[in-house]
Design a binder for this molecule. Structure first.
Ligand code: PRP
Length: 178
């Protein structure tokens, strides 16, 4: 199967500008606080690396890794934590960083699970959102969003297809051809 990028959805320059805006918004909203940034591995790492440098506040940084079961292109809603955060969330202002919200089931599970650990606040920041793909069981609210997109298969800037394309500096639409 040949993999080509049929369209650049967001260039590196556009993403840089949007990430700066999100960082400024978070800086304003969390003034006087030290948010705990929880990065959902692996796709969000590129976005998170840029975003935290656009936040003009002291922050703490931690990582969580999840896996969902079912077919490989769609989340089954059964989410397992493969690697948990190391920090206690008790009393902290937590911001979960995602690269994309699709069915919303991963974040629905994560928010429910992390909320049980009594953070002072819990918000969600995602680079991309595909609202047309949301499952009715999802209760996700994205507090900070880069871009809302149509149902394209997107790669780059952290997002992969079969573990490839994460290092593209832009977000593009992937086309698969025989
Ligand atoms: C992607 C994305 C979210 C999840 C969103 O992760 O980073 O965690 O899928 O899908 P959902 O809204 O349908 O639950 P993926 O499983 O591709 O892992 P990766 O970040 O390691 O590539």
């Amino acid at each position: 199967m040949k993999e080509t990028i049929s369209q650049v959805l967001f260039s590196a320059e556009q993403i840089h500008k949007r990430v700066e805006e999100l960082g400024a918004q978070i800086t304003q909203d969390y003034k006087g606080k030290e948010p705990l940034i929880v990065v959902v591995l692996k796709g969000s790492t590129i976005f998170a690396a840029d975003l935290i440098r656009a936040i003009g506040l002291p922050i703490r940084l931690d990582f969580i890794s999840t896996s969902s079961y079912g077919n490989s292109t769609e989340s089954s809603g059964v989410v397992k934590i493969l690697k948990d955060v190391e920090e206690s969330l008790e009393g902290k202002d937590v911001i979960i960083i995602e690269d994309i919200v699709d069915t919303g089931l991963t974040l629905t599970y994560l928010v429910r699970t992390l909320q049980l650990r009594n953070p002072a606040s819990l918000k969600v920041c995602s680079l991309l959102d595909k609202p047309s793909r949301r499952k009715p069981e999802s209760t996700v609210k994205v507090d900070y969003l880069g871009y809302s997109i149509d149902d394209h298969f997107v790669v780059g800037y952290g997002l992969d297809y079969a573990s490839r394309h994460r290092n593209l500096p832009y977000v593009g639409v992937l086309k698969l051809e025989q």
